[in-house]
Each structure stands twice: as C-alpha cells, then as structure tokens.
Design a protein around this ligand. Structure first.
Ligand SMILES: [Zn+2]
Ligand SMILES: [Zn+2]
Length: 159
C-alpha cells in the first residue's frame, strides 16, 4: 500500500516527508541542514532502501562527500524518527507513518525488487512484550524484518 504510493506518487510522498521534516525541525528547534535535506530527499525518492555508500554517491556534487557526513545526517534523521534502518540490508528507508509511532514497525522486505513495506506491530508486540517479561528477559533493541516476495512481484511470478 505504502510502496504502491511511493512508486506511483514518489514526488508527492517525498514532498510530504520533507515538509514533515521541516515542521518537526522548526518545532524542536533543530537545524534541517542542506545535507540532512538531501539525504532525506534521496531516501524518499528511492523505491528501495539505500546504504550510506549509495547515499554518498548520490549526494555528491563537485566534490566527493565522505560517508561519515552522510552517517551524521542519517543519525539525525533516525533520531528524529523520519527514517528507519533496515538491518538485514544495512540500509535506510523513510518512515511511512506520520507523524510518529513509538512501536518498532515490522518491515516486509522484497528479495526481488528490494521494496520495503512498513506495517504496524502494536498488537503482536503487546503479546510479545508480555512473553518476554514472563521469561525475565530485558530487551534492548527490537528488529522485525521479514524477507519475501511483495504482492506485485508475487503476482508477476505467478503467471
Ligand atoms: Zn515508521
Ligand atoms: Zn517486489
């Protein structure tokens, strides 16, 4: 659903994401630097998650941009919850759910086209948290990523 939207109307979706970022930075008195904007715009325009190296290639103009500069921008965008890190790809994708969500989403990662769909996980996380608490385990991080075939790729492979 969100991938559909990102593919079909990526300009619209990225404009919405950029204005969301502007509002958030203004409200929290944070600087939305040109590099932060460039990195977010590249992620919003991409149909699949991008690594820091992909981004360093895309945002460089006359001179090379060091990956560390891109990493700093990515850290800012992660903290602001404007993007997410896809661990199994070591890559980044814009957040599909405005304005904010606390629960870690589930990411459906297509192994064919590379698209990522973000779906809410509140219901199952509640059950999961109870089970984890019963065991007495103290979770520090949560990663919910499922690899497979997206609806579009699945439909085209069925023929
Ligand atoms: Zn999100
Ligand atoms: Zn796919």
């Amino acid at each position: 659903m969100s991938i559909e939207r990102r593919n079909a109307g990526s300009k619209k979706a990225s404009a919405a994401l950029l204005s969301r970022a502007e509002r958030l930075c203004h409200d929290k008195n944070l600087r939305f630097t040109p590099m932060r904007r460039r990195v977010l715009a590249e992620l919003a325009a991409s149909t699949e998650p991008l690594t820091a190296y992909d981004l360093a290639d895309r945002v460089r103009e006359e001179k090379r941009v060091a990956p560390v500069t891109v990493y700093r921008a990515l850290e800012f965008l992660l903290d602001a919850k404007l993007i997410h890190r896809i661990v199994i790809r070591n890559a980044y994708t814009p957040c599909d759910h405005a304005p904010h969500h606390d629960a870690t989403p589930v990411f459906l990662v297509c192994t064919h086209c590379g698209s990522v769909e973000e779906i809410p996980s509140e219901t199952f996380q509640h059950d999961l948290s109870e089970t984890i608490a019963e065991i007495g385990f103290e979770p520090k991080s949560r990663v919910f990523e499922i690899e497979g075939e997206c609806a579009r790729c699945h439909a085209s492979s069925d023929r």
